[in-house]
Design a protein around this ligand. Structure first.
Ligand code: MTE
Length: 305
């Protein structure tokens, strides 16, 4: 996707000057995202004050779209941007299935007309100990859960990525067991921080970032934020997830960002923010402790990593 520098610069400049944002954010957004990618897009200045730390600045569009993990397009950080050109995410639908009152295959356009798309700037902390700050557009997963109307027996949700080896060259190799799968506990899925993102920087989701719709769970390691979702299943048991299946001693189901529980092969106490030289201290729950710590008060986080 070609983005004009003139479209991006003012947006990121406003976002980075937070004091200035407070009064002028709505106008700034209206002028810089005037292409109206999302009919029901809503600017929400509070989000920036609430979810962006004092020391955070937004990563550039270039950084966010050329340094990716999306094994369906290859294992190198450059591969997703280079190899995703033949992926066609239009039209798109998502299958809602399992323990729900309203099983259906819902067209993405129709889904977007039923939910509230808003801005969320979140830190994304990858398990490989790098991080970025990304301005997403998306809606709360809880809105889609309400549409599905789960039975009381539904305790977990599983997400499945599209399987299209002809468009996703990485799927022609046996790097992981395809399709990529992830999961959340129902209370994690219902948390207001958890979103399904359909865009970033005010533009439709680029292929390499998980077009047309991907999960974003900001307090968990990046691998939980599954891309290009085609199915959402409501289950009564903890679902199988790709990385845990592949290497359970390295990757757990919970994957909460936790500086005091190291990965067996490297420390999780610090991280490299893409675009910076000096390493940063990793924050508990990636800095979202206030919003999510209560979900794990009875969980031994060294055992359930
Ligand atoms: N989803 C799918 N389907 N396939 C993947 O390989 N990689 C995950 C996650 N979602 C991945 C995926 C990992 S490890 C990370 S860190 C994030 O996507 C990266 O998201 P980004 O490229 O938009 O920064």
């Amino acid at each position: 996707m070609k983005i004009l520098g003139s479209e991006i610069t003012p947006y990121s400049t406003y976002l980075n000057r937070r004091k200035f944002i407070k009064g002028t954010f709505a106008t700034a957004l209206a002028t810089t995202i005037s292409s109206n990618v999302f009919a029901n897009h809503q600017a929400s200045p509070d989000i920036y004050n609430k979810f962006l730390g004092e020391n955070d600045t937004i990563n550039s569009y270039e950084e966010i779209t050329t340094y990716n993990n999306f094994y369906e397009f290859g294992t190198h950080k450059k591969h997703p941007s280079l190899n995703s050109g033949n992926f066609n995410p239009n039209p798109w639908s998502i299958k809602l299935e399992g323990l729900i009152n309203n099983p259906q295959t819902i067209d993405l356009e129709k889904l977007l007309s039923k939910v509230t798309v808003e801005d969320r700037v979140y830190r994304l902390r990858c398990v490989e100990a790098w991080s970025m700050v990304i301005p997403w557009q998306g809606f709360q997963l809880s809105e889609l859960i309400k549409i599905a109307d789960p039975l009381s027996s539904a305790k977990y949700i599983q997400f499945v990525t599209v399987l299209r080896p002809e468009e996703m060259p990485g799927q022609q190799k046996r790097t992981i067991i395809w399709p990529y799968r992830e999961g959340l506990r129902m209370d994690e899925a219902m948390n207001s921080l958890t979103i399904l993102a359909t865009g970033l920087y005010g533009h439709k989701m680029p292929n390499q970032n998980g077009a047309p719709i991907r999960l974003v769970v900001p307090w968990k390691y990046g691998f939980k934020s599954i891309k290009s979702i085609v199915a959402i299943r409501f289950l009564n048991e903890q679902p199988e997830t790709s990385w845990e299946t592949l290497a359970p001693w390295e990757y757990g189901f919970y994957a909460n960002v936790n500086p005091s529980v190291d990965h067996p092969r490297w420390s999780q106490s610090t991280e490299r923010r893409i675009g910076e030289f000096k390493r940063r201290e990793t924050l508990m729950f990636n800095g979202y402790e206030e919003e999510v710590a209560h979900l794990y008060k009875d969980l031994d986080m060294t055992k359930f990593y």
